[in-house]
Design a protein around this ligand. Structure first.
Ligand SMILES: [Zn+2]
Ligand SMILES: [Zn+2]
Length: 134
């Protein structure tokens, strides 16, 4: 079991997630590109996890993303004060918490896999050498 914490840049929200550390992946799906405002999302996965808001739960807003490539409904959590993405959960995978690597405290590990490589921007280099559809 690992415990990881995340804090958004305005420091309103702090999250603590305890679970089995499954490492990081990159997601190149168009929704992750749009939500991150960037080329891809760097997501860190914990399974059998328990998420607690240790600060600022009132600032947390969620967006239920129903239009995903996988067909799974994703809940995308973000800070309503600074707008930063904080976490994703997927009701199809109970106990899975995905933390956005950029808001995590401590080590941000190199991704082991890249999801949805078909929508990867052409100029993004090979990060992991491994592609997967999920
Ligand atoms: Zn994605
Ligand atoms: Zn914030």
């Amino acid at each position: 079991m690992t415990t990881r914490t995340s804090t958004c840049p305005c420091k309103s929200v702090e999250i603590e997630v305890t679970g089995t550390d499954k490492g990081a992946v990159l997601c190149h799906c168009s929704n992750c590109q749009a939500q991150s405002g960037s080329a891809f999302m760097h997501n860190h996965r914990l399974t059998k996890s328990d998420m607690k808001f240790t600060r600022g739960q009132d600032f947390v807003k969620t967006y239920v993303d129903k239009n995903t490539k996988s067909g799974n409904e994703l809940t995308r959590g973000f800070c309503s004060n600074c707008g930063s993405s904080l976490f994703l959960t997927n009701p199809a995978f109970k106990g899975l918490t995905i933390l956005t690597a950029g808001t995590m405290n401590g080590e941000r590990t190199q991704p082991s896999m890249e999801l949805f490589p078909e929508s990867k921007y052409q100029w993004v280099g090979d990060v992991t050498g491994k592609s997967s559809k999920l």
